[in-house]
Write a protein that binds this ligand. Sequence first.
Ligand code: NAD
Ligand code: TDX
Length: 338
Amino acid sequence: MKVLITGGAGFIGGNFVHYMLNKYPQYEIFNLDYLTYAGDLTKHKEIEKNNNYHFIKADISDHEVIIDLFNKNHFDYVIHFAAESHVDRSIADPGIFIQTNVRGTQILLDAAKNASITKFVHISTDEVYGELDFDPDTFFTEETHLQPNSPYSASKASSDLLVRAYHETYNLPINITRCSNNYGPYHFPEKLIPLTISRALNDEKVPVYGTGENVRDWLHVYDHCAAIDLVMHQGVIGDVYNVGGHNERTNLDIVKTIIKELGKSEELIQFVQDRLGHDKRYAIDSTKLKKLGWRPEYNFETGISQTIKWYLDNEKWWKEIISGEYQTYFEKQYKIHF
Ligand code: NAD
Ligand code: TDX
């Protein structure tokens, strides 16, 4: 079985590469990644010599390269993670989100439609549904209308619609997964949880947007990998599956939990100007995926403790990231806040 994983040098794709090599040693894994600021291969040091692991540096929006790759290889599965993934960056500079997330996905779909693949799994997000209010009884289902609010989520919703259209028009065998906020090892330190851990460990102020009351539904990345595995092998062709952890927390709760676990002072918390168009709440109804047999294994308390420990044990990985181009990003992103 040949599996093309796009974005396998990033956070979730990187964890999925490891998951697949462990669970299916007989599969051949091709990791295609352009190694943008968010991609790094140090996480794959231990597997790079495996005979069944191959890395391809390529841009998914490079039509010629992608078509050529599919002409030379027969992939059974395409699991598509590659994307620009940070909401704040999409607010500052939307163009690359359209280029990568929309045009890049369409090019992959074009290549896949002529390649008689078994399945194209598109990794999307709950953010395509827009926001919920704070009523704890409301959830996003697969039937919820798409109402994306940020340039990032609009680009993901656009790519979802293209994936759907390639199924309807060309019969391309597809699934779309829409998951809530992931956390766990190798989460890039621009996102709330690793940003809080890395800054608190350095005794630096932790920026909380607005009042900190916005709610996210946290899903451990290993539970997400298991969900994708299930959808890839057993998902009904053409269907969408929501993936959520049922771990709703306000951002302020998250930050306080991490600060407490690290034995730091809450004085590190700095309330800053709110994100533009900041979605109030996300919460996922995963009933459909549960009917297929998926159950999350991590509860948030265990998962966050293990994640914090991982960041303590792997300082070298994130310290290298935050000492590079990241500094420029951080100063530009937060100068209006601090
Ligand atoms: P990430 O930013 O950590 O990784 C993205 C990867 O894609 C990087 O390795 C990057 O180098 C690569 N990439 C970017 N542009 C590329 C291009 N043009 N060609 C080839 N590779 C390119 O992202 P992530 O958090 O791992 O998210 C993975 C996917 O899951 C994305 O599609 C994202 O929308 C979706 N998602 C993420 C979350 C989350 O909480 N992180 C939640 C829901 C959905
Ligand atoms: O400095 C910060 N302060 C803060 O209060 C940052 C970076 C974030 N926040 C808030 C904004 C959000 O309400 O924390 C919450 C989480 O923010 P992010 O970690 O940036 O994630 P989010 O915007 O919710 O999007 C994530 O989940 C859905 C991923 O980045 C997306 O790729 C995914 O689709």
